[in-house]
Design a protein around this ligand. Structure first.
Ligand code: FAD
Length: 305
C-alpha cells in the first residue's frame, strides 16, 4: 500500500512537471550523460528549462533526493544507478549575454561557449579554460583550471538556489580553493564573469598552445573523466602513477591511460566497479611507495541509497 502511494505521488509530480515545461524521463541510463559512458539508470531524469519549472521541481516530492548534473565530465556513476532524481539545466539556463567586459551565463551553458563569446568580443582572461569540457555550473562548483589559473579569479557573482531560497553571492561570500568551492548543496543558476580590461586583447597564441598541449598529453576520443586524482601539494599525480609503473594497467574494461597516468579510460563496456578497483590500486601503491594519500578529483556518486 505504501509503495503504491509512493508511485502515485511520484507519477503526479512527474505529470505536473511535464506540464510546466520539464522533460521527465524514467529509468534513464546515466551512461548516456557522462563522459566516461558508465552508470546505471536514474529513477527520474529531468531537464529543467526555466526558473518557474525549477521552483516547481524544488517543491515537489521528486526533489526529496536529487543530484544536479552538468555535462557529466567529472562524475563516476554507480553501475546500480541512482535511486532518486538527476536534474539538468536546459533552456534559459544555457543562455549567455555580454555587457562591456562582463559575461552573464546560465549555469547550464557550456564553458566552451562562454570562451567562444569572450574570444569573439576580444575579451581576455578565459584562455586557460580551452579544452575543459562541461558546463559553467560544473566549472564554478569545482573551480576548474590548470596548475596556475583557476576560474574563480574571473567570477564576480554567482546566483544560487539553496534550500528553496534564491541568493546572489558576491565575491566576499564565495570561497574557492584547489578544485573546490563553498557551493556544495547549491544549485548554480547564473554566473557573472568579469574579464580583463577591454584595452587588452584575447591571447590566441595561448589558446593554440593549450590545444596542442592537450593533444600531446591527454587521450583523445577515448571516454574519460579527465584527471582522476587531485595533484598533491608539490607533486603531479600523473607522474606518481607513472613512477609506480601502473600506466597501461587494466581491470576489466577500464585502463590507466598510457599517455597520461592520471586518466582512467573506458576501453568499451567498463563498469564503475572496474574504475573504482583501479582507483584503489593506484591509491594503495602510491601510499606504499611515496607515503602520499591521493584524493580523487572525480566525483564518485554514491550507490543507491
Ligand atoms: C577530457 C577532459 C579534460 C578535462 N580537463 C580538465 C582541466 O584541465 N581542468 C579541470 O579543472 N577539469 C578538467 N576536466 C574535468 C571537468 O571537465 C570539469 O570538472 C568540469 O567543470 C565539470 O563540468 P560538468 O558540467 O561536466 O560537471 P558534472 O561532471 O556534470 O558535475 C560535476 C560536479 O558539479 C556539480 N554541478 C554541475 N552543475 C552544477 C550546477 N549548475 N550547480 C551546482 N553544482 C553543479 C555536480 O553536482 C557534480 O558534483 C576534464 C574532463 C575531461 C573529460
Amino acid at each position: 500500500m505504501e509503495k503504491r502511494r509512493r508511485i502515485i505521488k511520484f507519477d503526479l509530480a512527474a505529470k505536473t512537471l511535464s506540464l510546466v515545461g520539464c522533460r521527465v524521463i524514467r529509468n534513464e541510463p546515466l551512461s548516456n550523460h557522462c563522459s566516461l559512458n558508465i552508470g546505471g539508470a536514474a529513477e527520474f531524469f529531468i531537464e529543467i528549462p526555466n526558473e518557474r519549472s525549477l521552483v516547481f521541481f524544488l517543491n515537489s516530492v521528486l526533489a526529496d533526493n536529487y543530484l544536479v548534473l552538468g555535462e557529466g565530465t567529472n562524475v563516476l556513476f554507480p553501475d546500480e544507478g541512482y535511486r532518486g532524481t538527476v536534474i539538468r539545466f536546459t533552456g534559459i539556463f544555457k543562455s549567455i549575454s555580454i555587457s562591456k567586459n562582463e559575461i552573464l551565463s546560465g549555469g547550464g551553458a557550456l564553458l566552451s561557449n562562454v570562451l567562444k563569446i569572450a574570444l569573439k568580443s576580444n575579451l581576455p582572461g578565459l584562455e586557460f579554460v580551452t579544452g575543459i569540457p562541461g558546463t559553467v555550473g560544473g566549472a564554478v562548483y569545482g573551480n576548474v583550471g590548470n596548475r596556475d589559473e583557476w576560474i574563480s579569479t574571473v567570477v564576480k557573482t554567482v546566483e544560487i538556489y539553496k534550500n528553496l531560497k534564491k541568493e546572489c553571492l558576491s565575491k566576499d561570500k564565495l570561497n574557492f580553493s584547489y578544485r573546490k568551492s563553498n557551493l556544495e548543496n547549491c544549485l548554480i543558476t547564473k554566473v557573472n564573469f568579469s574579464l580583463e580590461n577591454e584595452t587588452k586583447t584575447a591571447n590566441l597564441q595561448k589558446i593554440f598552445k593549450n590545444i596542442q598541449k592537450r593533444l600531446e598529453t591527454q587521450p583523445s576520443n577515448t571516454p574519460s573523466a579527465g584527471s582522476i586524482f587531485k595533484n598533491p601539494d608539490g607533486y603531479s599525480a600523473g607522474k606518481l602513477i607513472e613512477e609506480i609503473g601502473l600506466k597501461g594497467k587494466r581491470i576489466g574494461n577500464a585502463k590507466i591511460d598510457e599517455i597520461h597516468g592520471n586518466f582512467i579510460v573506458n576501453t568499451g563496456g567498463a563498469s564503475s566497479k572496474d574504475v573504482i578497483a583501479l582507483i584503489h590500486l593506484i591509491k594503495k601503491n602510491v601510499a606504499e611507495k611515496f607515503n602520499i594519500n591521493l584524493e580523487t578529483e572525480v566525483k564518485i556518486i554514491n550507490d543507491r541509497n
